[in-house]
Design a protein around this ligand. Structure first.
Ligand code: AMP
Ligand code: ZN
Length: 303
């Protein structure tokens, strides 16, 4: 049995994660959630005094905003759309018959105005652009959302529905690059505080198709994204648990987001993969939080 399946089976057996029959779609126990809640409080001890505006969006976003973001150019294979039944009574009878006969009842479902959120910050840019130009000094936001990515896997660290906590900075290139640098340093300290080994590397996102190769090269060559990697099921292939993105003026020009002096805003975000961090903690310190090293318990629960 490989290490990924073995960790997943141990998580199911201990009740920390709850099987649903779909790879990457799990229930979470109270103990699992305690770790996530404690880790989010720890994030706030690092970032809580920066004056970020907290906003919570639901895990679905406006389809028009999703279309405008350009996500389908890069990651069509990961996106999830919400479809519903919009037919008449006859269509309903056909649908029930289709289901009864074990046929595909989903083929006539219609797209709704909602798409599952692929990353916590996607709904933010059009929302803030609608307010008008940023104030002097730019903007800083604190987000958390469940996100969807269609990447079914037996690797417990590759879920289809998972939470991302993010800080997002909008402003001049210097403001957003300083923010990203600050969080690359803070992120490493934060993870060291909970007793996990880390290293930071440039990221390799799974851009789709041949055109995607160019996007991936561009991302790497311009250092647009770094990831903080922690071994979860493999030391040779550590898992990206935090990411540090510099979008340049992509979202600024897409949504007409301006700085106070009328320039196109640049944006950057730091994203914490909350389930991945919890899994890294369980994988390194054991499945019973009572047995975790005292300094780790102190950092998370104060005792
Ligand atoms: P990304 O936008 O790909 O950089 O994702 C932001 C963060 O979300 C990553 O650093 C991961 O920690 C986390 N993440 C991404 N994909 C998944 C997934 N399939 N399952 C769990 N966490 C994920
Ligand atoms: Zn983001």
């Amino acid at each position: 049995m490989d290490m990924q399946t073995s960790l997943l089976d141990r998580l199911f057996a201990s009740g920390l994660l709850i099987e649903t029959g779909v790879d990457g779609l799990y229930g979470r126990s109270g103990k699992f959630e305690d770790v996530i809640a404690a880790f989010e409080r720890l994030i706030e001890t690092f970032g809580g005094d920066d004056g970020a505006e907290a906003i919570r969006f639901p895990p679905g976003m406006n389809r028009a905003h999703f279309e405008g973001s350009g996500y389908m150019k890069s990651f069509p294979q990961l996106a999830g759309t919400v479809h519903s039944f919009c037919g008449c009574e006859l269509d309903h009878m056909n649908l029930l018959q289709c289901m009864a006969e074990g046929e595909d009842w989903t083929k006539d479902q219609q797209a709704t105005d909602i798409v599952l959120t692929p990353a916590a910050c996607y709904p933010l840019y059009p929302t803030i652009a609608k307010r008008g130009p940023l104030p002097a000094g730019g903007g800083l936001f604190d987000l958390q959302s469940y996100c969807f990515r269609h990447e079914p896997s037996k690797d417990p660290a590759r879920m289809q529905l998972f939470r991302m906590r993010e800080y997002v900075r909008m402003g001049t290139p210097a403001e957003v690059q300083d923010f990203r640098q600050l969080w690359m340093e803070r992120g490493q300290k934060l993870i060291e505080t909970v007793g996990l080994p880390v290293h930071v590397d440039v990221a390799n996102d799974p851009f789709f198709g041949r055109a995607g190769k160019m996007l991936a090269n561009n991302q790497r060559d311009q250092n647009l994204k770094f990831e903080l990697l922690i071994p979860v099921t493999s030391t040779a292939n550590p898992t990206a648990c935090l990411s540090f993105n510099y979008h340049q003026d992509h979202f600024g020009s897409t949504w007409g987001l301006k700085t106070a002096d009328g320039g196109t805003a640049h944006t950057a975000c730091v994203g914490f993969g909350l389930e991945r961090i919890a899994l890294a903690l369980f994988a390194h310190h054991g499945l019973d939080t009572n047995d975790w090293p005292a300094p780790v318990r102190k950092a998370l629960w104060g005792a």
